[in-house]
Design a protein. Structure first.
Lengths: 296, 439
């Protein structure tokens, strides 16, 4: 029983990270209809920022979030305004190409800047606490807490604030939103800013738990894609749900299948993806309808 | 129809913002230029021509020149290790031409010309280059590229043309299971990577081992070897787990091993995995008495990135400058290291040392054969039984160096110190490692 509980806890903690990691991807997709292939690279930038601030300024990666969030918001805002907004209403292939291009450019830029040597942030408190016979990894528990906070904050922002309402309006019907006076360009730029800031924050929180290197992005993008399909587009509860389902499945399989468990755990996320696409294409919880070009 | 209307609707708009668009294009252009400038600042790869002063003519042998060819990564994913390999070959080349006075073939001195190309880390390119070296440059012998996968591809060509290839950077055992007659490797094969470490740990009283490895060629070789050696030294194997490339989380494996409570944990993988294993073990409070991990620990970068948590971690190493090997040509391992550092401005990695040893082995085989034809040199290589600054070299029938033991290092107080085998050790093994909580 203890083993099952321990695996469940590990899975939940992993799922919490997955959820905050996927949030930006899911919302950009849901609101703008863009599959952001550079998502993993934004995580990578965040991870390098976390590492750089730790290494050169001695800043704790979680404290560094206060700096990384506004910085990456700005980055996302400008990137969206200058580049992505130009193609957002064009055919999907354009956005796929441009985000793919961004991902290649960023990965190689970071290779030039930092070489491909793996980096890691070594925080002093990366041990564990034992509670009721279950081991809680400290760093991963903090990530879980921050992830929940981020999701709650974003949820309130989208539901309550004027800008949040604009974003939801733009997601539901771009033309109608325009008619009632929503500045779509600005709304999209803010959306991208928020999404990329949260993504980079997830990357920074990742830096104490594993090796970071310029080419770490693509597998994470793939994972984000799976989780989004699982949980539904543009929905915060969907991201949490998808993340936790995947996290728990992966941990359970790798814990209880001998020999090839970890391999199988990774494979299973894609089996789930295929099943979901066949059986429930709208995701487990449904979701915002993807932007429909014919609606205009 | 709809699209047309849309286009018409946006047309005046586009015209209106033409200036704005131009401005944006300008900004974009600047960004691209800046990126290009960034690229241009990278050191341009320098293709080193032969350092020898000998005149090279179309027919090398007539002008007392032996031509040796190699395709080694200068760019691509192995650019770093490739540079070590090139510098390793270069160290031997300058020594043999300038100090040693050329290779002595049946009393006649031959200068050496080394022709090297950049294989870009690509198996197809390396095959093409080796073909070019043999048929266009008409080299007499070949030295290996960096990495098992490139050696796999390069040696297939040299075998086809019946040319000798001596290599020092492809450890995978699958290279030598193809029945090739012309491929020789001076380094310890992957299956023996954990031998010294496991032997030493068994002597210290370890009873059991758990093994996790990435399911690709080299780590698989290492892990199969580890299982074999565990059995040989009486260690019970409590669990064997594989994981895929690019894995981001090994907590499932580590949680499982935590319950099995092995004395020794063996991790076969690459640098990133070493960080994951150490992190994960600490997070889950998994306390094996020793952790043996490939690739990562012998690299000073691991200590830099992981800090104090890397303490007590054991890693296999092909060669360290502190080892006690010596030969009459380069002197002791330490003297070789000093020579290398004086020439290249950085201490030699083991990849550099094994590359120099590779060239030296070929050199000594040619001298022993007293001839330049493939058959005589092959026989000389098979008969070879020597000790160099890099360690003993004695090829078995398949071309592997069967006699060289793998070393083991342990991270002690932030330093990487050789603890095995006994005659090369500079420090005592620290065993058992204390639990994470007691450090």
């Amino acid at each position: 029983m203890d083993q099952v509980l321990q695996a469940l806890v590990n899975g939940l903690l992993l799922g919490g990270f997955y959820a905050v990691m996927v949030l930006g991807f899911s919302i950009i997709w849901g609101v703008m209809g863009i599959i952001n292939l550079a998502h993993g690279e934004y995580l990578m930038i965040g991870a390098y920022l976390g590492w750089g601030l730790f290494r050169y300024f001695g800043m704790d990666p979680f404290a560094a979030l206060l700096l990384i969030l506004p910085l990456m918001f700005l980055f996302g805002y400008v990137l969206q305004y200058v580049l992505i907004n130009r193609i957002v209403e064009r055919p999907h292939l354009m956005s796929l190409l441009i985000t793919f291009g961004i991902s290649i450019a960023l990965a190689n830029l970071f290779k030039i800047l930092f070489t491909s040597d793996p980096r890691n942030v070594s925080v002093a408190y990366n041990g564990s606490v034992e509670l009721l016979g279950i081991t809680f990894p400290i760093v991963k528990s903090i990530i879980f807490g921050v992830a929940l906070l981020a999701m709650l904050g974003l949820h309130l922002f989208l539901q309550r604030s004027r800008m949040g309402k604009s974003i939801r309006a733009a997601a539901q019907n771009r033309t109608a939103a325009r008619i009632v006076g929503v500045d779509i360009n600005r709304t999209y730029a803010v959306t991208a800013g928020i999404c990329i800031a949260i993504t980079a924050a997830a990357g920074a929180m990742l830096s104490p738990t594993q090796a970071i290197f310029p080419f770490m992005g693509p597998p994470l993008t793939l994972k984000a894609y799976t989780i989004t399909a699982l949980g539904g587009l543009g929905r915060i509860p969907g991201a949490l749900m998808g993340g936790v389902v995947l996290g728990v499945t992966e941990t359970m399989v790798s814990r209880f299948v001998p020999g090839i468990g970890t391999n199988l755990g990774v494979a299973i996320s894609f089996v789930i993806l295929v099943l979901i696409l066949i059986l429930r294409p709208q995701g487990l919880l449904g979701g915002l309808r993807p932007v429909d070009p014919d609606a205009e | 129809m709809k699209t047309k209307i849309n286009e018409l609707a946006t047309l005046p708009n586009r015209l209106g913002i033409l200036n704005m668009t131009r401005l944006r294009m300008l900004v974009l252009g600047l960004v691209v230029l800046a990126a290009l400038a960034g690229c241009a600042r990278l050191p341009t790869p320098e293709v080193r021509e032969d350092v020898s002063s000998a005149t090279s003519t179309e027919d090398g042998a007539a002008a007392n020149v032996i031509r040796i060819g190699a395709a080694v990564s200068e760019t691509g994913k192995y650019s770093r290790e490739g540079r070590d390999t090139r510098q390793g070959y270069g160290t031997w080349l300058e020594w043999v031409n300038n100090e040693y006075g050329g290779i002595d073939v049946a009393g006649k001195r031959y200068q050496v010309e080394l022709v090297m190309y950049d294989d870009e880390g690509d198996p197809d390119t390396v095959a093409r280059l080796v073909e070019h070296l043999i048929s266009e440059d008409r080299v007499d012998f070949l030295l290996g590229p960096y990495s098992s996968s490139l050696t796999q591809s390069a040696s297939a060509i040299s075998e086809k043309y019946d040319k000798i290839m001596v290599e020092g950077n492809g450890a995978s055992e699958s290279l030598f299971e193809r029945g090739f007659r012309n491929l020789f490797a001076v380094l310890t094969p992957a299956g023996n990577y954990t031998q010294s470490a496991l032997k030493m740990l068994a002597e210290q009283g370890a009873k059991s081992v758990a093994i996790a490895y990435e399911d690709t060629a080299f780590p698989t070789s290492v892990a199969e070897g580890a299982q074999r050696w565990a059995e040989t030294y009486g260690l019970e194997v409590l669990g064997v787990e594989t994981y895929p490339r690019d894995v981001a989380d090994v907590s499932g494996i580590m949680a499982k091993f935590k319950e099995a409570e092995p004395d020794v944990f063996v991790g076969g993988g690459h640098f990133n995995d070493a960080i994951l294993f150490i992190r994960s073990a600490k997070e889950l409070d998994f306390n094996p008495k020793a952790m043996v991990i490939t690739v990562g620990p012998s690299n000073p970068k691991l200590v830099q990135e992981v800090g104090a948590d890397a303490e007590y971690v054991i890693g296999p190493t092909q060669w360290e400058a502190s080892m006690g090997y010596a030969d009459e040509h380069f002197g002791t391992a330490a003297e070789y290291a000093a020579r290398y550092e004086a020439r290249w401005g950085e201490p030699p990695t083991y990849q550099a040392a094994e590359s120099t040893a590779t060239a030296l082995a070929l050199h000594l085989a040619i001298e022993a054969a007293g001839a330049l034809d493939t058959d005589s040199v092959r026989t000389a290589l098979l008969d070879m039984d020597i000790v160099t600054f890099y360690g003993p070299i004695n090829f078995d029938d398949t071309g592997k160096n069967a006699s060289k033991p793998m070393g083991a290092i342990q991270v002690q107080d932030g330093e990487i110190l050789v603890v095995a085998p006994g005659h090369a050790a500079v420090s005592e093994l620290r065993y058992p490692a204390p639990a994470w909580k007691d450090r």
